[in-house]
Design a binder for this molecule. Structure first.
Ligand code: BMA
Length: 311
């Protein structure tokens, strides 16, 4: 099975519980709940939700569920709160958290967008309980978003993917670090598609990459403008197991797009924005923001997703 067949047979199946969370499910007033980072803790699924308040600014809140689908318990107090005096680059929001457990550090690391009058930058925090987080600070200056850490070192160095905005050119880049704080050795990993491509205008990492037999599986978003509107879809790529800045394969087109009513209408229609991914048995559970308003889940067989990378 190749790309066409896999995509045509509906690769991802949407949860019948979608949307899993809406603004009305928050235990406080919220304008939107979107783009969740996802991990597991004590046998539960934990989401780091971006919740936009009625003033227009976003905090990151923790939500927990036993089955990863229903019965979400949302924390009232944010784990990352915008607007704190000592964190000047978060004046306008903490957005789009991605989370990964670093076994070596015995902690979760959270990469997120720190939004302020200086622009959108990449910030890093860590947590050993997913109740409180300790900020490390910015790791990339504006404009830069969509940073995801790999869960292991490569030749002694940690690796990250991120998406700097080079004056409208928005490719996925990598960086390496000894200490998770000082990052260098840039490589351009996955360029925007350009031309008429589905991901012509920009690409950005979705959830942190997952290790498979063939290499690191990366789900990313790609954006194309149609009549002045930006359409966000998801694609898939494979990165080299030992040298993760090396792109091995990239799906020739998108593998998931807005089709359900809760994806096609909302604050920003026609946006699917994957930001959390779990490998459960032989299935990928992909958590995503829909229409910048809701949190959703779709699942697919890992082998079917891998097939989209074959001719
Ligand atoms: C990006 C980010 C995301 C958002 C997406 C689609 O630039 O702001 O938070 O989901 O646009 O609107």
């Amino acid at each position: 099975m190749g790309y066409d067949e896999a995509v045509m047979k509906m690769l991802f199946e949407r949860s019948s519980e979608n949307p899993l969370l809406t603004p009305a499910d928050m235990p406080f007033h919220a304008a939107a709940v979107l783009n969740p980072g996802v991990t597991e803790q004590n046998g539960e699924v934990v989401m780091l939700l971006r919740v936009e308040d009625h003033a227009g600014y976003s905090n990151i809140h923790v939500a927990r569920s036993k089955d990863g689908v229903t019965g979400w318990r949302v924390e009232r107090e944010p784990i990352l709160r915008y607007g704190l005096k000592q964190w000047r680059y978060e004046e306008w929001g903490c957005e789009d958290a991605r989370v990964v457990y670093l076994a070596e550090e015995k902690r979760w690391y959270i990469t997120y967008t720190a939004y302020s009058p200086a622009g959108a930058a990449v910030a890093l925090a860590s947590s050993d309980d997913l109740v409180t987080a300790q900020r490390i600070g910015l790791i990339f200056s504006p404009n830069n978003k969509d940073a995801v850490l790999f869960p292991q070192r490569f030749d002694g160095r940690w690796a990250v993917l991120h998406r700097p905005d080079a004056g409208g050119i928005e490719h996925i880049w990598s960086a390496y670090s000894q200490d998770l704080t000082h990052w260098g050795e840039p490589h351009c990993v996955l360029p925007e598609g350009g031309g008429a491509a589905w991901d012509a205008v920009k690409v950005g990492a979705g959830p942190p990459p997952i290790l498979t037999k063939r290499g690191w599986l990366l789900i990313f978003h790609g954006v194309k403008g149609y009549g002045g509107r930006l359409i966000y879809r998801a694609g898939v790529a494979m990165l080299d197991k030992r040298t993760p800045h090396k792109l091995i394969a990239r799906s020739p087109g998108w593998i998931f797009q807005a089709e359900a009513p809760y994806e096609q209408s909302g604050l920003v229609p026609n946006v699917v924005f994957p930001s959390g991914l779990l490998l459960r048995g032989d299935e990928l559970w992909m958590y995503y923001g829909a229409a910048d308003t809701y949190v959703c889940l779709a699942t697919a067989k890992l082998k079917d997703v891998l097939a989209t990378l074959e001719g």
